[in-house]
Design a protein around this ligand. Structure first.
Ligand code: TRH
Length: 387
């Protein structure tokens, strides 16, 4: 049984732990690996996996040993494969211990996801340690065969199919909602603070179509409360303005968040992991990229738009491009009211395309499978090349 150590430092938000946890769980449950997940912020982890206990130094969760990553780092034998998630910088003492192993562990830096074309040329590149006999490899998730793929649990699409066939009515009931009316939009909203929000809410409230907006608690709530002219908003509240019915949900577990994405007609997502989940949900999505200095995220946005819209009918492609750009503050894009005016006419085409896109992505190996293959072939090569 292969041993893996996955290190995750939570910088901000939930994406780092979200992806690290999915990886650790798949390695243990699907690949039968013995996995330790080192996390420096168990509270962030607990938000997406409520069973996590904050006071425990070590705990078992879905076959993974979850370890509190503390400083100074207590010495422990390194695993055969070590994943440094998102360049989180391993403890110095652990790196020194890695160098004493023969053969040394396969050391992989799991990078952030981007659809930018340069990613393919960087995927898998080695970087020798400046002093120690160690090599770190850069593993890039991505959308093409030349990259490391996307995170997808083996049973994800089957679970989604089963949910849609048998569980949606009960799901809406659990949220206190009846089944959607014909023509109604059920929309989920997970977003960073966003200057374009008010114009979108205005458009929804004044529009001809009923919109039920489902908002898990998070950073967008203060802005939403301002627009509703309320001092604050909490899970369980619902407020109506014109055609718009706003429902605030609790921040739920990762698995429940998937259900929300599967059930809705349109999902507003952000960062990295929810964007990928919305693509697996096979529903139209509006993506807010994680804001970066010098608007570097606009390049990421355009790169995903370019591949996502490639086989989309021109009218729908333009609408999606305008909407995503405005939602991300790209200068020159038409406002959200103008964008939303086009969504009814493009609804079917965007929905059809979202399903075709998901099927296209599902034909590729998942990130976990690709990472395991990468680690195994590197380990094999080492065995042959160790004198
Ligand atoms: O939380 P994020 O904004 O994370 C971001 C990005 O990953 C970004 O790349 C990174 O650099 C930055 O953090 C520091 O968005 P993301 O990536 O979508 O992660 C959210 C996670 O939270 C995802 O795993 C889904 C999960 N989630 C729930 O479990 N329950 C919920 O109710 C919601 C709304 C999300």
């Amino acid at each position: 049984m292969r041993t893996w150590d996955v290190f995750c430092s939570v910088i901000d938000n939930y994406g780092d732990i979200g992806v690290s946890w999915r990886l650790a769980r798949s390695l243990a449950c699907v690949h039968g690996a013995r996995v330790r997940l080192w996390v420096d912020d168990l509270a962030a982890f607990q938000r997406i996996r409520p069973e996590i206990r904050l006071e425990r130094e070590q705990q078992q969760c879905d076959g993974v040993t979850v370890c509190a990553w503390r400083a100074p780092f207590a010495s422990t034998p390194p695993a055969e494969v070590v994943v440094e998630a998102f360049g989180c910088t391993l403890p110095d003492s652990y790196v020194v211990d890695m160098a004493t192993q023969s053969p040394p562990p396969v050391w992989i830096n799991l990078e952030y996801l981007s659809a930018e074309p340069w990613v393919a040329a960087h995927h898998g590149l080695p970087s020798p340690h400046p002093r120690l006999p160690l090599t770190k490899y850069f593993f890039f998730p991505g959308y093409t065969a030349q990259t490391g793929g996307l995170m997808r649990e083996r049973d994800l699409l089957t679970r989604r199919t089963h949910f849609l066939a048998a569980e949606t009515a009960a799901y809406w009931q659990s949220l206190g909602l009846a089944a959607p009316e014909p023509g109604e939009w059920r929309v989920s909203l997970f977003a960073y603070e966003n200057p374009a929000l008010a114009e979108l809410l205005d458009a929804w409230a004044a529009g001809a179509d009923a919109v039920t907006l489902l908002v898990p608690e998070g950073r967008i709530l203060p802005q939403l409360a301002d627009w509703l002219d309320k001092p604050g908003l909490h899970a369980g509240e619902s407020v109506r303005r014109g055609a718009l019915d706003v429902r605030v949900l609790p921040f739920v577990s990762q698995d429940d968040y998937d259900r929300l994405l599967w059930a809705c007609d349109l999902n507003f997502v952000r960062g990295e992991d929810s964007c990928v989940r919305a693509q697996w949900a096979a529903r139209p999505l509006v993506w807010q990229a994680y804001p970066q200095a010098e608007a570097a995220h606009h390049d990421k946005l355009d790169a995903l738009l370019a591949i996502y819209t490639e086989s989309l009918a021109p009218g729908a492609a333009q609408l999606l491009t305008d909407t995503w750009r405005r939602w991300n503050g790209v200068p020159g894009a038409p406002d959200m009211a103008a964008c939303w005016a086009g969504w009814r006419a493009q609804r079917d085409e965007l929905s059809r395309h979202a399903a075709a896109w998901q099927a296209q992505l599902a034909a590729r190996p998942s990130l976990t499978d690709a990472l395991v293959d990468f680690a195994e072939s590197t380990l094999k090569y080492r065995v042959f090349s160790t004198p």
